[in-house]
Design a protein around this ligand. Sequence first.
Ligand SMILES: Cc1cc2nc3c(=O)[nH]c(=O)nc-3n(C[C@H](O)[C@H](O)[C@H](O)COP(=O)(O)OP(=O)(O)OC[C@H]3O[C@@H](n4cnc5c(N)ncnc54)[C@H](O)[C@@H]3O)c2cc1C
Length: 218
Amino acid sequence: MGASSAEVRVLSNRPVGPGCFVLTFERAGISFRTGQYLSLGIPGQREQREYSIYSGEGDPQLSVLVREVPEGLVSRRLAKLVPGDGLHVDGPFGYFTPDTALKSGGPLLFLATGTGISPFHSMVQTHPHLNYTLLHGVRTCAELALEEDFLGENLVACVSREDGAAYRGRITDRLKDLTVPPESHAFLCGNCDMIYEAFDVLRGFGIPSDRISTEVYF
Ligand SMILES: Cc1cc2nc3c(=O)[nH]c(=O)nc-3n(C[C@H](O)[C@H](O)[C@H](O)COP(=O)(O)OP(=O)(O)OC[C@H]3O[C@@H](n4cnc5c(N)ncnc54)[C@H](O)[C@@H]3O)c2cc1C
């Protein structure tokens, strides 16, 4: 499945939570494996950035979940897009895919901060009967809007800066209290501080590093 380059039309731009939006655009025949990402930019402008694919493998359109970074070059441009606008798409790229884990079995543990929940959304859309637990770390309760399509029974929301969710605290603190079977496959996505810390906790649980996959956003 090779990477391609295409100019497509934006179909919708839907706000979800503070400063975040789901951008949906034409698929243009692009095939991908769930967990991969695309490189996006405005046609005619040189700068592009990577975004995990939010939609499922079988969906007719492609979507990404983006947080608008204040002072950010590309995310602010993407935030302004409206239906009918052009979008430059390269990809898909990446190896953050659950294929090996699905073949060998074992429970799946997903850890995400902020929009790092995006590839897991794609995985759950693609494989609706997935056996997973998702720990999602956000700063405020308003950001829990990013979890709208996940089932409550599989999801542990960790809000670090205010009360109001099932768990008040950092995702890595919640992880330390979890019983994680050593045959689990772990997928970590989001900011690098969480990923480094969670990696060490998981190794401490006896999970070998070849069963810990990571996707660092920044
Ligand atoms: C493989 C991969 C997949 C990614 N998938 C997603 C995704 O699905 N959704 C998504 O929103 N982002 C994702 N990112 C991050 C994204 O590629 C951009 O880095 C982000 O949108 C900022 O780009 P920008 O041009 O707006 O900011 P820039 O102009 O590049 O950066 C401005 C400043 O913001 C800081 N910064 C960059 N990213 C963030 C951030 N997320 N939060 C806070 N500060 C930041 C930079 O360090 C810099 O100081 C992914 C990154 C990678 C490598």
